[in-house]
Design a protein. Structure first.
Length: 312
């Protein structure tokens, strides 16, 4: 998968934000023995109080999402600060950073899930294919169909495998009849890599599957309503290594059709599955860019500290 990822990782382009590091062409040696030289200077060069200044490449050509100066408050708590970032089509963007840095808050901005949290307030501009999703006139049910979400803990409905997948197409009126619905269920389960394991027990409860199968069922349920973007909030944190590897392979296949934004606490996972990586720290987007570049040549000292394990 690493080779596939590297071959395709040149998709992002656009303006360079932040400051250029003098060693940016050569790449940093992040081995512990080499940590004392060539530290990025972006942090030192930042002007204190200048909000939203992110190192790296915040914009891409023809983005599916454009977020500009996005802030999220939970009551008085300023949880996400002046975040400006694009999400590219047919790519995986990984959001990494220490616990509490705002990764999930950022993810929830992309399908108005923060609306469900009492006291949460979002400012700034978030456009999906050029449409302002913050506009209160937007149908939030439609937005969540276009921008599906897979959660940390697999959460199948207490229904059959078939009905879990058929639920969304039914409520959105996507099937013309029974055989159409059967096709959608079959195709969605195939694309989620689950069909062969469940085709003979579609009427069995979804909750009877293993954890990894349940997560793939949830992915099938998300795919069934034909989303444009899939958000994943630590989708493998409840899974064993084998189930995790299956989900990671699936993510790699799904990006041929969808933009994916994944929150992960695992830097190895971010490196394996994503083409772009965004590093958050205390509510700020510190750095974003091509994953290979961010991991081998971070432009911000905080990013380097985090990926080399010096953080904390
Ligand atoms: P991460 O996903 O990086 O762990 P979160 O986005 O969950 O971080 O949280 C960012 C900050 O916002 C944290 O300080 C967290 O305590 C706070 N926070 C998250 N959700 C809520 C909430 N519902 N009410 C109040 N504060 C919240």
């Amino acid at each position: 998968m690493q080779e596939r990822r590297r071959a395709d990782s040149a998709g992002a382009s656009g303006s360079e934000g932040g400051h250029r590091h003098p060693d940016s062409e050569s790449g940093l040696n992040l081995k512990p023995s080499a940590r004392t030289h060539a530290r990025p200077t972006a942090l030192e060069e930042r002007t204190p109080g200048q909000p939203g200044q992110t190192a790296g490449q915040t914009s891409v050509d023809d983005p599916i999402f454009s977020c500009r100066d996005v802030n999220v408050y939970y009551g008085a708590k300023h949880a996400l600060k002046h975040v400006t970032i694009d999400v590219a089509r047919k790519q995986v963007l990984a959001a990494i950073g220490p616990s509490g840095c705002g990764k999930s808050t950022f993810l929830r901005c992309l399908n108005r899930m923060n609306d469900t949290i009492p006291g949460a307030r979002v400012t700034g501009s978030i456009t999906l294919d050029g449409q302002d999703i913050q506009d209160k006139r937007q149908d939030v049910v439609q937005i969540r169909a276009r921008v599906g979400m897979v959660f940390q803990k697999p959460n199948p409905f207490p229904k059959s495998i078939y009905d879990n997948v058929a639920y969304g197409p039914r409520i959105h009126g996507l099937a013309r009849g029974r055989s159409d619905l059967d096709d959608i269920v079959c195709t969605s389960l195939q694309r989620a890599g689950l069909w062969n394991e469940v085709k003979d027990r579609l009427r069995s409860p979804g909750t009877g599957l293993s954890g990894g199968q349940q997560q793939r069922l949830c992915i099938a349920r998300t795919i069934a309503v034909q989303p444009e973007v899939i958000l994943m909030d630590e989708p493998c944190s409840a899974l064993d290594p084998i189930a995790t590897a299956r989900i990671e392979d699936l993510i790699d296949e799904l990006r041929a059709s969808y933009a994916i934004v994944i929150v992960t606490h695992s830097m190895q996972q971010a490196a394996r599955v994503s083409q772009r990586t965004a590093y958050f720290h205390m509510g700020e987007l510190i750095e974003v860019g091509e994953t290979d570049r961010v991991f081998t040549n971070p432009r911000h000292r905080l990013t380097e500290d985090y990926i080399t394990g010096r953080f904390g």
